[in-house]
Design a protein around this ligand. Sequence first.
Ligand code: PLP
Length: 391
Amino acid sequence: MKITERMSRISESATMAVSAEAGRLKATGIDVVAFGAGEPDFPTPTNIKQAAINALGDNFTKYTPAGGIPQLKDAICKYHSRYFGTNYDPSECIVCVGGKHVIFNTVAALIEDDDEVILPVPYWVTFYDVVNYHGGKCVQVATSENQGFQLTADAIEASLTPRSKLVIVNSPNNPSGAVISKREFEKIHELTSNRDIMLITDECYCRLVYDSEPFSIAAKSGAKSNVIVAGSLSKTYAMTGWRVGFALAPRELISAINKLQSHATSNVTSIAQKAAIEALTGPQDSVQEMLDEYRRRRDFAVQALNDIPGVTCAEPGGAFYVYPNFSHYFGKNGINTAMDFATQLLQQVHVALVPGEAFGTSQHVRVSYATSMHDLDRGISRIRDFVTGLA
Ligand code: PLP
């Protein structure tokens, strides 16, 4: 058997690999504190689960249109309009198998061999692999920890060439939690639209912001023609396993994605679509409750990590990750990279987190605080004991 060359351009998602290793240790009875997973520790709200149960009772269990049922597309457009002031029509919307699938489909539809895709660093690992898989070339744009990993239009501009086709922006960012200000985002949009470059705005964490008002660049006048909104219900509604995401984009792109999807996956699970309608149109109190709890945890984690000698941790404005720098401890005990650090931490004190290499940096690790305060406290204590033992 010969596996295709394109498969060699990607690796297994590092975040999933860490979760798998932590799970393996747990299964042997080891008390692992898991900071690796990028998913809410809250259950899916009851009203959403009930909508799926009702759909089952109604025998809503058959194929649906590949791109999603009309009622869900309508609910998505109205939802996006209600929260962000956009004006999408259902013909500019498609329902995909999670936000990840939106990214995959969009890159498949837009990127030819050697097209350049601008990727701010740190980046969500999937962007990188999906672009490579499709033969594109990732052009990395650095951000600085000292500036809270803020992405600027100037930094993007410096990396553009005639081959630039696509910019992928993710705010709040996974893994840094950085939030791009509205003003800067508008500048980024202007830059891309002036040069006929498409702009993906990955809004996976868009409602999980702590210090500012959520917004979507798609609401900017004239933005719709080169903007692709990659939306997801996974984090906002604690629905990671349901696999519902959506794209809002120009019709031509939506119909290309629809074509691909009709052969690749067909529709998102029928009952998950019904649950998604309830999530988007039903009570939203649970979103605020989760946000309030995440904020408490963020404040705790940032303080506790910065209190460890030699560690720096920028305060994130959104999502549920912090991205501390542990390079102060490199050179000790055979630890020279974030990967070494994460490996030893898991083996020796049983704390699972994701090394920065997965996100394009080598001095940081990603700590997910979508976990209980109790685990956050004992996990960070273990990290402190581990590093001070190295000193
Ligand atoms: N975008 C970002 C930045 C993410 O972190 C994730 C999930 O971790 C996704 C998109 C996709 O989530 P899903 O496929 O569950 O909708």
